[in-house]
Design a protein around this ligand. Structure first.
Ligand code: 3PG
Length: 212
């Protein structure tokens, strides 16, 4: 599967999983809401195990590893079966480790200089982070000006909600949008699976409207 296929649904649920036992029920709740793509962040000790369990139990899920800050985490993510990786910043050691492992990586950028560096490092899919705090859709459109013709694709993430989602999806250079609002850490900790399914289904309706 290539990156375009991973991002076909145009939405990534960014999740913080404190207990690996919550991983499969969470992914099932997202799938029930119509979303197959989840990014499990390496912010907890359970991340690698969570990725492994989802990959084993739910072949239809597309599972990424987020918050990759070190080459070692890239190795852990690959060993767990992650299909893509995401970093908050532009870390050349992480980019290089991902390239060596064949893991598609979406590094974080928020300035023209960082977009330029990322393109020179052969990264085409870039996480625009923190999207809302960095200027939101207006900033994204401004970045797309001088870089749009390069084929760069953005994955805005950070502070986005179902309300602001359509504005991001309307930007031609946006491949997908990332966010945690469908499955906030608290909802996962509370095992609020049906609430997560409802929020996901709402988000997928917004995506469907944007595609139409
Ligand atoms: C992340 O933590 O990678 C994203 O910023 C998630 O952002 P959100 O929690 O604001 O959606």
């Amino acid at each position: 599967m290539n990156t375009e296929s991973f991002l076909q649904q145009r939405l990534i649920c960014v999740a913080v999983i404190d207990h690996a036992d919550d991983a499969v029920p969470l992914a099932e709740a997202l799938l029930a809401g119509g979303l197959n793509c989840i990014e499990v962040t390496f912010r907890t000790a359970s991340a690698a195990e969570a990725i492994k369990r989802i990959r084993t139990a739910l072949p239809s899920a597309i599972v990424g590893a987020g918050t990759l800050l070190t080459p070692y985490q890239v190795q852990q993510a690959v060993a767990a079966g992650a299909q893509f990786g995401v970093s908050p910043g532009l870390n050349e050691a992480v980019i290089s480790a991902a390239a060596t492992s064949g893991l598609p990586l979406f590094p974080g950028i928020m300035t023209p200089t960082e977009v330029d560096r990322a393109l020179n490092l052969k990264c085409k899919y870039l996480k625009f982070f923190p999207a809302e705090a960095a200027g939101g859709v207006a900033m994204l459109k401004a970045l797309a000006g001088p870089f749009g013709h390069t084929g760069v694709k953005f994955i805005p993430t950070g502070g986005i909600t179902a309300t602001t989602l359509p504005n991001y999806l309307a930007v031609p250079q946006v491949a997908a949008v990332g966010g945690s609002w469908m499955a906030e850490r608290k909802l996962v900790a509370e095992k609020a699976w049906s609430k997560i399914t409802t929020l996901t289904a709402e988000a997928m309706k917004v995506v469907a409207a944007a595609k139409a």
